[in-house]
Write a protein that binds this ligand. Structure first.
Ligand SMILES: [Zn+2]
Length: 260
């Protein structure tokens, strides 16, 4: 990638709109180009300021209603339709949902690996891709931590005033997962707190933001060689991602939840 191409991609890079390969190529160029580094720094500072400024305006309910009415109707996701159909077959009522969930999950997995049917990726698929890209980027560009500290009493106050919520910061050093820092990142359309842990030499990024998108039982995913875990606890959504093994990730999540 030459300088002009890189310069053109800079805004997309800042907005995390590039594909992974474009991102990696761009970062290769950036590492060796002073001009692009300066431009990147300037842009980054401006967008960070914009992000912190409270520029969000709530749309009036009337406008929301009109936009919703103008959108084409969406079909419920496959698993939901399938669940409803199974529910009807079994006579509804006292349906045991566990096997339905299992069937639906494997169908989703099949559908995903086959790359068919889901022309628009589900929000979860998009989010896991975003997480993997974000995780890789945090390692590639040496942007793992904005605040580097193994002390949760340093990390926790660092988030104050930067977010409209206080993420729980827990150290798990005695359990083999030391906290090494934290950073602000932009994910799922909002600024989020990221706590950075390590298992041996493997970084673990833990993303936290308010909401209850998942149940209390963590769901584990594998994607591009990374392991991801997703759960909700006490009004917060959690996503953990690492290149450590699934057992290690499981251990991390179990320890984290028992110390929350
Ligand atoms: Zn350049």
């Amino acid at each position: 990638m030459d300088h002009d191409q890189a310069f053109e991609l800079l805004p997309g890079y800042l907005d995390q709109e590039l594909s992974l390969s474009e991102t990696l190529e761009f970062e290769r160029h950036l590492a060796g180009c002073k001009h692009c580094q300066q431009a990147y720094e300037q842009h980054r500072r401006v967008s960070a300021q914009l992000r912190q400024a409270d520029l969000r305006v709530e749309a009036p309910p009337e406008l929301v209603k009109r936009i919703k009415a103008a959108l084409p109707g969406r079909r419920p996701p496959l698993w939901q339709r399938l669940g409803e159909r199974l529910g009807r077959w079994s006579g509804g009522g006292s349906l045991n949902w566990a096997p339905v969930g299992a069937i639906a999950m494997s169908l989703v997995a099949l559908t995903w690996s086959a790359g068919l049917y889901l022309s628009v990726p589900s929000s979860e698929t998009r989010l896991t891709q975003e997480l993997v890209d974000n995780h890789i980027r945090s390692l590639q560009f040496d942007h793992l931590s904005d605040v580097v500290s193994t002390d949760r009493h340093t990390v926790k106050p660092w988030f104050e005033g930067k977010l409209d919520y206080a993420p729980p910061v827990i150290d798990l050093a005695p359990q083999g997962y030391p906290l090494v820092g934290g950073r602000l990142d932009y994910l799922n359309g909002r600024p989020v707190a990221v706590m950075v842990y390590r298992y041996k030499l493997h970084p673990i990024n833990l993303y936290v933001w308010p909401g209850k998108d998942a149940g209390g039982t963590p769901r584990l995913y594998g994607k591009q060689g990374y392991h991801l875990g997703h759960w909700s606890d006490a009004g917060m959504n959690y996503w953990a991602i690492t290149d450590a093994g699934e057992t290690e990730l499981n251990g991390f999540i179990t320890n984290l939840r028992s110390h929350s």
